[in-house]
Design a protein around this ligand. Structure first.
Ligand SMILES: [Zn+2]
Length: 217
């Protein structure tokens, strides 16, 4: 991601928020639909090796700071899932394949989307059924938190870890995590997992090879 210019990266902010691209010229402006699922990756620094572990970057931490700061905080705030991907070790290669394969995960995702579609078909439901597009009173209704979950989210906000946008996006993500588990109620555990995926600002040394995705529901 940091190989693109900061201006090009920041032009993604509006479409990621609104699902539309607006092209403005002297006398006209045109809106185009642009609901995307953004999947992006970046190295820890320009050298690609970062500041942690064996053979670390000789220019750390400056190399990482300069590289990671090309992706702005407001853009990161619009990315729902940030996942560190540590280097693969020899021990990792010797591990057996994961018990749950891609086909099984795909079925779980399809079931979660069916749950979202059925919920949105209820009276008062929105036209766009995915949690990723839920907002306002509809989001409050479908992602109503129990008391421990509410307390955890409030603590994260008070600690400055969440913007107003981050709060909404964490609710959507917690709802989706609960849907993937087949749970009707969003609980503390779901909010805690959603918060793990949020990144508030580029953290030097914290990202090895992050894969980030704007959640498509
Ligand atoms: Zn470096």
């Amino acid at each position: 991601m940091p190989e693109f210019s900061p201006q090009a990266l920041d032009s993604l902010r509006a479409p990621l928020e609104t699902g539309e691209v607006m092209v403005a010229r002297a006398n006209h402006h045109v809106r185009y639909p642009a609901q995307v699922q953004l999947v992006a990756a970046q190295n820890p620094c320009r050298c690609g090796i970062g500041g942690a572990g064996r053979g670390h970057c000789g220019k750390a931490p400056r190399c990482q700071m300069a590289y990671q700061s090309r992706v702005s905080g407001p853009l990161i705030d619009r990315i729902d899932l940030c996942v560190d991907v540590p280097p693969v070790t020899a021990a990792d290669l010797a591990l057996p394949c994961p018990a749950e394969g891609t086909a099984e995960v795909a079925m779980r995702v399809a079931r979660a989307r069916e749950v979202q579609a059925a919920r949105a078909a209820e009276p008062g439901g929105p036209a766009a059924f995915l949690n990723a597009r839920a907002e306002g009173t509809w989001l409050e209704k479908i992602a109503a938190l129990d008391a421990p979950a509410q307390a955890l989210l409030s603590r994260a906000a008070e600690a400055g870890r969440l913007s107003a946008r981050g709060w909404t996006r964490t609710l959507r993500l917690a709802r989706t995590i609960a849907d993937l588990e087949g749970q009707p109620q969003v609980r503390r555990l779901h909010v805690a997992e959603a918060l793990i995926y949020r990144r508030t600002a580029p953290a030097v040394g914290g990202w090895s090879e992050p894969v980030a995705a704007s959640l498509g529901g």
